[in-house]
Ligand binder design. Structure first.
Ligand SMILES: [Zn+2]
Length: 557
């Protein structure tokens, strides 16, 4: 617990280093001020700055408790006690929730954790995300069949359908090259959402992107190209061979009970005006209204497109809900209009209330989809505030369900080339700058990118200086090493956090495609209906192995 502490080593060293650096002219105390001021005024500013610094450090930096061995020993004992009490829950899971942070690598998780703490007025490092409290953890190998650096479509096929796929393809095996419609026939793979529906459960998808986006789409669609959102996106080859767009598949392939996110424009024709932005129109060329088609022949069904309408939905008399809150993706959490657009947490809350009425349970896929977009734009603040909201949604779902019958899995599809490091005192703002100065005598942020639009090296080889005010702006782009218009995904493993029935199955380093196998097994879904490994999935049996070795011996002798 954080208490007002006697001035600690950390605060003192930070303050002294700041003072020293400021007198040397290396680091202004107030980034908005330059050093083109008188010596007397500078000294007065330094004193005032130091006082502010000390008072801030007083509450933000190191707790008195942390100076004593007892604090860490007790913390260690408590964690050990919790670990010793962990008993694998081997019941059958009634409900399954899969939370997917798009692009949420481990670095993003750490930075979001600290940001969450700092948003609550703490130092941050000691804070726990909700996902941090899950008892079981594994690493996921994210590569696509044809690419070392994966994308969201190939990875979604892995973590939703249990089969790795090619970059840019979804709901089909790797026998389907990207954009090759004809090769997709016969190579469709079924998702865990489909299998849960088949077992009588209610199913839902919730995302901050368009609902036809790669991640949610792999739960219901089979497409040789992730970009075939509406019929106007189909290639001539796809049209000639009868492939259907993803929006069409959303309403025809499997009856999804709850569909919440963005993506209105792919659902109706170009003659139809958007209800929120009258200057914008639908994207379809076939003239169909897929929303009306979805509603037709359903009872206890609602369609909404703004927060007030969503708030008014009574879950008790609603079994089908489609909410499309933007023409394309939902807005970033930091840009969200709180009166017109629901948060991810609010969408999850409504979804769970509707789905959990089913006595046979439910499957829910929840995507924090714009973490990825913030990173691609090289704007870490956007990616990280999305991650904090994503974690809040995980917390809300945890409050509404029981760990005894609900398996919850949190993971990412892939990482990003986002790095978080540099000399920083305890409680240093996540969007702040390093305490040390770089070799070019300029400051640098502790959050940086390996590549992307944040590349700022000028013609003469120099880079711009930065201070905490500049770097904490919502649209600030952290500096990147290599100039690219869009920052890229990372290749390293991502984490899988799990809790609830059979969550101990998540251990070690796994192929990403293992995830829906473990989840299906936990809920006894196809192909594990009997909660047993089917015969064809067992390891090669010992007698067969002995026979083969015997034959090999005879052949060689
Ligand atoms: Zn991406």
């Amino acid at each position: 617990m954080y208490v007002r502490a006697p001035y600690s080593y950390c605060s003192l060293s930070c303050a002294l280093c700041t003072l020293n650096a400021a007198f040397k002219g290396q680091m202004p105390l107030f980034p908005a001020f330059s050093f083109q001021i008188s010596m007397a005024r500078r000294q007065r500013l330094l004193v005032i700055g130091l006082l502010i610094f000390i008072s801030v450090q007083w509450t933000l930096c190191v707790s008195e408790d942390e100076l004593h061995a007892d604090y860490w020993n007790n913390k260690g004992k408590q964690a050990l006690h919790s670990a010793l009490n962990i008993q694998p829950n081997i019941r059958q899971a009634k409900n399954l929730i899969l939370f997917l942070g798009d692009g949420m690598g481990v670095t993003t998780v750490t930075a979001a954790r600290i940001l969450k703490g700092q948003m609550a007025g703490h130092s941050g490092e000691e804070t726990s995300l909700v996902m941090d409290t899950f008892p079981y953890l594994a690493l996921s190998k994210t590569y696509n069949v044809d690419q070392q650096m994966p994308d969201s479509a190939g990875t979604a096929t892995a973590y939703l359908c249990g089969v790795k796929a090619n970059y840019g393809t979804l709901g089909v095996t790797a026998a389907t090259p990207r954009e090759n419609c004809s090769a997709s026939y016969g190579n469709e793979v079924k998702s865990i959402l489909y299998r849960a529906k088949k077992a009588g459960k209610s199913v839902g998808i919730v995302t901050t992107t368009r609902v036809q986006h790669a991640s949610p789409a792999a739960s219901y669609a089979h497409s040789a190209d992730r970009d075939w959102y509406s019929d106007s996106d189909l290639t001539p080859e796809a049209v000639a061979n009868g492939c259907r767009d993803i929006a069409h598949q959303l309403i025809t392939n499997v009856e999804i009970n709850v569909i919440l996110g963005g993506g209105r424009q792919y659902m109706y024709g170009r003659e139809t005006k958007d209800p929120e932005y009258p200057d914008e129109r639908g994207d379809r060329v076939d003239g169909r209204n897929l929303i009306a088609e979805w509603i037709k022949n359903k009872t206890r069904v609602k369609y909404v497109w703004n927060k007030a309408q969503l708030d008014a939905v009574n879950p008790l008399n609603t079994d089908f809900l489609m909410g499309l809150f933007e023409p394309k993706d939902c807005r970033y959490e930091i840009d969200r209009d709180r009166t017109t657009d629901p948060s991810l947490t609010e969408m999850v809350e409504k979804a769970v209330k509707i789905l959990q009425k089913n006595p046979k349970g439910f499957f829910l896929f929840v995507e924090g989809g714009r973490i990825d977009h913030g990173h691609h734009a090289g704007r870490a603040k956007r990616a990280l505030t999305e991650t904090v909201e994503f974690d809040r949604a995980i917390g809300r779902a945890a409050e509404m369900t029981s760990e005894l019958d609900t398996m919850t899995v949190v993971t990412a599809d892939h990482s990003h080339v986002f790095a978080f490091g540099g000399h920083s005192y305890r409680g240093n703002p996540v969007m702040g700058i390093s305490r040390s100065i770089a070799k070019d005598k300029k400051r640098f942020t502790t959050a940086v990118y390996g590549n992307g639009p944040g590349y700022q090296i000028s013609e003469n080889g120099s880079r711009p200086d930065v201070n905490g005010t500049i770097s904490s702006h919502n649209d600030y782009r952290q500096q990147a090493t290599v100039p690219l218009s869009s920052e890229t995904h990372g290749i390293e493993d991502v984490a899988i956090f799990a809790k609830g029935p059979m969550s101990h199955l998540f251990h070690g380093v796994q192929e990403q495609s293992y995830i829906p196998h473990a989840m299906a097994f936990a809920a006894c879904l196809e192909p594990y209906e009997n909660c047993e490994l089917p015969d064809n999935a067992r390891a090669i049996c010992p007698s067969l192995l002995l026979l083969m070795m015997g034959l090999l011996f005879l052949f060689l002798s």
